[in-house]
Design a protein around this ligand. Structure first.
Ligand code: F6R
Length: 259
């Protein structure tokens, strides 16, 4: 895992955005995996800026989102489809037909999840996967205790995640308790992962992901088994890392590192 500690959220967003843009520049028909939530908002703003000001072209890009709440229609104001349209897709030239977000109203989730996996495969697999991390260490909606080999599936959100996400809803009881999510196994097949985390609320989860044992109690720790994951952190999120100074030293010497 490469760990990049940034002094501000803006810097983190710029650098993470550049890492995603680099994949698209080298492969204009790239398949990108996307996350929702507050962490990647700055990254998405940066992708929109790169599109508008520097011509980053999404016309041949295909996207797959990590997850969606079960029970929310795509036009619900808290659906992840709506979030993506508003915070990224409407600001870039991606073709709406090339964007995929799990269906919050699927009639048969077993069939839906299988088909979602097949679509990812048919598209050639995910070239770069954007990730956030939950305060309980989840990636996508793979909660503590979930299998580290899981594929796209439905999940019962735990109370911590419901509490965390209630800030987006009028009332806590409005937060759906089920979601459809890519599995950890699905995420690990992405060729590159770019994870962003900021703020004090992520200190424990970030430390467990990077420096803890690989363990289903922190499903993000499975990324230790992925060979091209870059984690962009602000100082707050990085403040629980034992090896923070070493990660800074690695980044400082990166320009001189052997190719
Ligand atoms: C969302 C997702 C989640 C979030 C995580 C952090 O698609 O997959 O894993 O990345 O819950 O959410 P924020 O960024 O709101 O703290």
């Amino acid at each position: 895992m490469e760990v990049v500690i940034c002094s501000t959220y803006d810097e983190l967003s710029r650098r993470a955005g550049a890492a995603v843009a680099d994949v698209i520049t080298h492969k204009p028909n790239a398949v990108i995996g996307l996350a929702t939530g507050s962490s990647p908002l700055g990254l998405y703003k940066e992708l929109i800026r790169l599109h508008k000001e520097e011509g980053l072209d999404f016309s041949r890009v295909t996207s797959f989102n990590l997850d969606e709440y079960v029970g929310l229609a795509g036009d619900h104001d808290q659906s992840y489809r709506r979030f993506m349209n508003k915070n990224l897709f409407e600001g870039i030239n991606i073709k709406p037909a090339n964007t995929h977000v799990p269906d919050g109203l699927a009639k048969d989730y077993r069939a839906f999840c299988k088909a979602y996996e097949e679509k990812i495969k048919a598209a050639g697999g995910i070239d770069v996967q954007v990730l956030g991390i939950g305060s309980d260490g989840h990636i996508a909606f793979n909660e503590p205790g979930d299998s580290l080999a899981s594929r796209t599936h439905t999940v019962t959100l735990n109370e911590q995640t419901i509490d965390d996400n209630s800030r987006f809803f009028k009332r806590r009881q409005d937060v759906p308790i089920f979601a459809c999510t890519m599995g950890v196994g699905t995420v690990l097949e992405a060729r590159k992962c770019v994870l962003v985390a900021n703020g004090k609320g992520k200190v424990k989860a970030v430390a467990a992901m990077i420096e803890g044992p690989i363990n289903s109690m922190c499903t993000a720790s499975a990324l230790q088994m992925h060979n091209d994951t870059v984690v962009f952190l602000d100082e707050d999120a990085a403040s629980g890392l034992k090896l923070a100074d070493y990660y800074r030293w690695i980044q400082k010497n990166k320009p001189k590192a052997p190719k």
